[in-house]
Design a protein around this ligand. Structure first.
Ligand SMILES: [Zn+2]
Length: 280
């Protein structure tokens, strides 16, 4: 005989008596599985207080973290992609763009803004991985170029936060041209002696790593971010060897001299402010 016997069958709790936590109240860290209040997670700059896991966030969150009182003037906010190649894969490119715009509430994979960070006038560009893998098409290149123009005009520093899978396949050659365009604009910023800091976040790969993301006066990263050109699988298959532990992590890239330092997201604003004060 069992120790518990159900006396009644089919016990049903009416919906109004069910005590469920509302969606989005809790956050579970995908790395260490610690559960925390979503609000506490946000206050910790969207990182885990237990293992420091940095959750991927977008431009809205970075702007909120960095701009004083989240006040900024968005630049070229209305730029949206054309379809120069009439590209069709599983669906036509314009349809893919329209779906992404509708779903994510973004125009393209980067947003740029002008405002104050710890009292310093600054232009910040930030990529959104949510939008077609943060891929760099002509709109991304053009918005970054115009953001640099804005920095030049107002004689203020430029911060670029990268998070990208690389070039946008649907724009092929046009996408690759953005590497040259953004690099040329950064050269003008350099000539004008205005500082440029590149912040690489998880993941920064492909044509973005191969152009503006690695051209900072300071190249910095968030802990454990994946940074590379080709993905680890492609490299492993090409060289036919296993890759060293931690390959392409920010720490590995730092050790090999491609980064200046790694900063925890919680300390990001203070560290950046100190850096820009120093460079003034
Ligand atoms: Zn964790």
């Amino acid at each position: 005989m069992s120790w518990f016997v159900r006396k009644e069958k089919g016990i049903v709790t009416p919906t109004e008596h069910k005590k469920e936590a509302p969606d989005g109240l809790w956050y579970k860290c995908p790395s260490c599985k610690t559960v925390m209040l979503a609000q506490a997670h946000k206050e910790n700059a969207w990182t885990c207080h237990n293992c420091s896991y940095h959750t991927q966030i977008g431009s809205a969150e970075y702007f909120e973290l960095l701009f004083d009182q989240n006040q900024f003037e968005e630049l070229s906010a209305e730029l949206s992609s054309a379809d120069p190649l009439h590209f069709v894969d599983s669906k036509p490119y314009p349809e893919r763009i329209a779906t992404a715009q509708q779903k994510k509430g973004l125009k393209d994979a980067v947003r740029t803004g002008y405002g104050k960070m710890s009292g310093i006038d600054i232009v910040i560009g930030c990529m959104d991985f949510q939008f077609i893998g943060g891929s760099m098409g002509s709109v991304v290149g053009e918005k970054i170029a115009r953001a640099i123009d804005c920095a030049l005009e107002r004689k203020v520093p430029f911060l670029m936060i990268s998070k990208s899978g690389g070039a946008r396949m649907m724009e092929a050659g046009y996408s690759l041209m953005q590497m040259a365009k953004t690099s040329a604009k950064l050269a003008l910023l350099h000539e004008a002696k205005l500082p440029y800091v590149s912040l690489l976040t998880d993941p920064t790969t492909g044509g973005v790593t191969a152009s503006f993301a690695m051209l900072g006066d300071f190249n910095i990263a968030e802990p454990n971010a994946l940074i590379g050109f080709a993905g680890p699988r492609v490299i492993r298959e090409t060289i036919g060897k296993d890759l060293p532990a931690g390959f392409q992590s920010a720490e590995f890239v730092l050790e090999h001299g491609f980064l200046d330092f790694i900063v925890h997201r919680k300390e990001m604003k203070d560290r950046l402010a100190t850096l820009f004060h120093m460079l003034r």
